[in-house]
Design a protein around this ligand. Structure first.
Ligand code: SF4
Length: 380
C-alpha cells in the first residue's frame, strides 16, 4: 500500500534571523545586523512570501527567529503586511510571533495586535538577573515582567513564556522561584528547556576551557521533575516533553511538527516539509537575499525521505507528546501497523518499562520520559 505522506501543509513558519546580541548559549541561525541588511532581507522575504500566495491554506503562522521583535516599527509593519498578503486571515487559527523582553515597545505590540497576531511567545528564560547575565540575555527579569503586563494590557490572551533550567550555578530554589514568578503571571503556555551546550557557542568554549562546569545531572533531573510537578499542580497540562499548556492552549503550530505533518518555511535557513520532501532555504542571509533578487533557486538542501524513514521520524516526533502516538492514526497514514516496522523495539522498550500502550496509544512511561532521547534512538 502507498504511504500517505501527502497531507497538505497548513502551517507557515517565517524566519527572522536577527538579534540585538548573540546569547552565550545560542547556535540558532541568527546574527546581529545593521538596518540596511535587515531592510534587504525583508524585501527578499516579501518576494518569497508573495510566491506562496494562494498555494496553501494556512491554519497556523509562526514568525520566529532570531528575534522578530528586534525589527523597528517600520520593519515590523512591512513584515506583517507581507505575511498578511500571503495568508487567508479568516482561515488562520493561531498566529504566533516570538518576542524578547528588551525589544518590545507599546507601538510594536499595537502593530502585532492590529495585524491579527493572536499569540506571543516571550523569551524570558529566567526572571533572575544573575542567570540572565550568565546566559548573555539583553534584558532583566523586570523587563520580562513589564513586557508580559504590556502584552496583557494590549489584549493578548494567549502568551507563552520560555524558561530555561540547568545553568551551572542555578539552585533548585532559584528554579522554583522562576516557576513561581511565571505562574503568578498566569501565561497560557510555558516552555521549559534544559540548557544545552552547542558547538561554537561561548558557553561551550568556556566549558571546554574549564571556565565553567556543567550542573550536576541529578540536580538537573530534579529541576525537570520539579517543573512537571509544579506546573501540573497549577493547572497546566504537560503535553510535550518540554511544554505545558492551560487546557485548550497547546501550541497548534508546534503540534504540526510533533505530528510530522507538512509545513512551509520562508526566510533564511527555513525548512519546509511537503509530501515527504524536506527542503531547506539558503542559511546565509546575503546568499538568500541575492538568490531571491536574481530569481535563483534558494534551496540549499533537499531530500525525499524513504517511506520507512518517514515513518520512523513520525514515531520519534510523536513520542515527544505525552499522549504518544495513535496506532490507528499510524495505520491510516502509513497503511500498515506500527508493530510491523517497530515490533522488536516496542517489545523491548515495553519490557524495560520505558514505553507503554494506553488504550491504542503508544507513549513514554514516566521512566521513559526522563531518558527520552535514549528511547528515541531505538526508532532511528
Ligand atoms: S535571542 Fe534567541 S535567537 Fe537571539 S541570540 Fe538569543 S537565544 Fe539566539
Amino acid at each position: 500500500m502507498k504511504f500517505k505522506k501527502d497531507l497538505p501543509p497548513n502551517a507557515l513558519y517565517v524566519h527572522i534571523p536577527f538579534c540585538a546580541r548573540k546569547c552565550n548559549y545560542c547556535d540558532f541561525n541568527s546574527v546581529v545586523s545593521g538596518t540596511k541588511t535587515i531592510d534587504l532581507y525583508l524585501s527578499a522575504l516579501e518576494s518569497e512570501l508573495s510566491a506562496l500566495k494562494g498555494q496553501y491554506v494556512f491554519k497556523t503562522v509562526f514568525i520566529g527567529g532570531g528575534t522578530p521583535s528586534v525589527l523597528t516599527e517600520t520593519q515590523l509593519e512591512k513584515l506583517l503586511c507581507a505575511v498578511i498578503r500571503c495568508i487567508s486571515v479568516s482561515e488562520v487559527q493561531e498566529y504566533t510571533v516570538e518576542a524578547n523582553p528588551g525589544t518590545l515597545t507599546a507601538n510594536k505590540i499595537r502593530l502585532l495586535k492590529e495585524y491579527g497576531v493572536n499569540r506571543i511567545s516571550l523569551g524570558v528564560q529566567s526572571f533572575q538577573d544573575r542567570q540572565l547575565k550568565f546566559l548573555g540575555r539583553i534584558h532583566s527579569g523586570d523587563d520580562a515582567r513589564k513586557n508580559f503586563i504590556l502584552l496583557r494590557q494590549a489584549g493578548f490572551e494567549n502568551i507563552n513564556i520560555d524558561l530555561m533550567f540547568g545553568c551551572p550555578d542555578q539552585s533548585l530554589d532559584d528554579w522554583e522561584n522562576d516557576l513561581e514568578t511565571a505562574v503568578e503571571l498566569n501565561p497560557e503556555h510555558i516552555s521549559a528547556y534544559a540548557l544545552t551546550y552547542e558547538e561554537g557557542t561561548l558557553l561551550t568554549k568556556n566549558l571546554n576551557n574549564g571556565v565553567i562546569s556543567k550542573l550536576d545531572e541529578c540536580i538537573e533531573l530534579d529541576m525537570y521533575k520539579t517543573v512537571i510537578d509544579y506546573l501540573t499542580h497549577n493547572g497546566y497540562n504537560h503535553y510535550e516533553i518540554s511544554n505545558f499548556a492551560k487546557p485548550g492552549c497547546e501550541c497548534s503550530h508546534n503540534l504540526v511538527y510533533w505530528n510530522n505533518m507538512g509545513y512551509v518555511g520562508a526566510g533564511a535557513g527555513a525548512v519546509s516539509s511537503i509530501d515527504g520532501a524536506r527542503t531547506s532555504n539558503e542559511n546565509d542571509i546575503i546568499r538568500y537575499v541575492n538568490g531571491i533578487g536574481e530569481g535563483k533557486n534558494i534551496k540549499s538542501f533537499g531530500e525525499h525521505l524513504p517511506d520507512d524513514q518517514f515513518a520512523s521520524e513520525t514515531v520519534i516526533m510523536s513520542l515527544r507528546l505525552c499522549q504518544g502516538i495513535s496506532s490507528a492514526d499510524f495505520y491510516k497514514r502509513f497503511g500498515y501497523k506500527i508493530e510491523d516496522q517497530f515490533g522488536d523495539q516496542i517489545n523491548r522498550l515495553i519490557g524495560d518499562g520505558l514505553i507503554c500502550y494506553d488504550n491504542e496509544r503508544l507513549k513514554l512511561t514516566e521512566k521513559g520520559l526522563f531518558i527520552a532521547d535514549t528511547v528515541m534512538t531505538e526508532f532511528v
